[in-house]
Design a protein around this ligand. Sequence first.
Ligand SMILES: Cc1cc2nc3c(=O)[nH]c(=O)nc-3n(C[C@H](O)[C@H](O)[C@H](O)COP(=O)(O)OP(=O)(O)OC[C@H]3O[C@@H](n4cnc5c(N)ncnc54)[C@H](O)[C@@H]3O)c2cc1C
Length: 396
Amino acid sequence: MPATQTQKPPSHAALVIIGTGMAGVGLARALRRLGDQRSITLVSADSGDDYSKPLLSTGFAKGLKPDQLAQRSAEELGEELNAQMVIHNQVSTLDVDNQFVLLDEGQMIGYDTLVLATGAAPREPFSIAPSVAPRCFTINDLDDYRRFHTALGHGPARVAIIGAGLVGCEFANDLHAGGHHVSVIAPEGFLLPRLLPPPLGNALGDAFSEAGIDLHLGRAIESIALSDDENSVLQMDNGATVSADLILMATGLVPRTALAEAAGLRVSPSGITVDRQLRTSHPNIYALGDVACVDGVNAMYVQPLQASAKALAATLSGTPTPVSFGAWPVVVKTPLLPVVAYPPTTTPERWRIEGEGGDISALAENKDGRLIGFALTGGCVRRKVELSRAAPTLLG
Ligand SMILES: Cc1cc2nc3c(=O)[nH]c(=O)nc-3n(C[C@H](O)[C@H](O)[C@H](O)COP(=O)(O)OP(=O)(O)OC[C@H]3O[C@@H](n4cnc5c(N)ncnc54)[C@H](O)[C@@H]3O)c2cc1C
């Protein structure tokens, strides 16, 4: 029977994994698939339910209740993995010399090998006044989705989304499809600024505007206040205002490195520093997923973490295996205008942009004319496979 928050956590496991996101669970699954029988304890600050995070930004269009997004409960996951699950429990301290972690409720779990899969936390770009805080949300896990879903209620709501990156754009499209009135506010002048060159970001903006999503781009938030009639009013730097029932902050993610840093492991703003075998600066501690910076790269997408889980499982089972990420184009879930992007890691010499309307392909080239990345919208997304084969791999 798996341990839950109501049961006493085990005092020792051969392998302790902190985090039950796709990285932590993916590693445990990959190990069991290899026939590895060691004792495993997974610790999670959240509910520990098994779910696919990318599906969080597709649930409102389909009218999915939070529990329909959970593929398995933590208890079922523990049974599947033959692992102890310690949920709704935060690891507060990591003692690398004595090889144990301390939970916030004071219990200690010893380990032979430790894996940090603590993901990334939403960035808070400004402080929120207590009066509007109950209307401000982030959605970075299933528990967040549960809270936001409850706050939305049954009728259509006015939702102001702050941020025009992947998470902001996907929720804008999804909430709009779910019947809500959506406004997007962001300081950048076009959508998906870290994934697309301006013409493609503008094409997505046109598709959003035509559908009725209000865009306030190139605008900073000056203040958020509660009006006398209980509306949240977002004031922008041009003096214009947006009234909303709920505010969704989609202002980026920061790797959760505090635990590792306090324990003396090497970290950087990009994550916990690991080598190609996912080993931290401490020999029997590893990291993967959104929290890990692998040989200088923190991808924060599913394909690289799946490659990491597979490689680390092999390494821990006795076959040292460096991870290769390959080329991982990002499929942005904006049905109003499909988008695929594989952004270049260095500034391109030029973007070769072709197409019209919403069907655009943009190829990033270096000074020798070699393809170093690409972005596709509309009907051009069908070029994804062909261009992925031609694009350079990272950590190849
Ligand atoms: C809305 C949305 C849509 C996305 N869509 C896509 C997509 O289409 N394609 C794609 O490739 N990527 C997508 N991503 C990114 C992708 O989902 C993430 O890269 C991936 O899920 C990260 O998994 P992870 O396991 O590293 O981290 P997380 O899922 O964040 O898991 C971290 C875990 O660590 C636990 N934890 C943290 N600190 C502690 C602690 N101190 N003690 C105990 N537990 C702790 C947390 O509770 C959690 O269980 C999307 C992300 C979001 C938010």
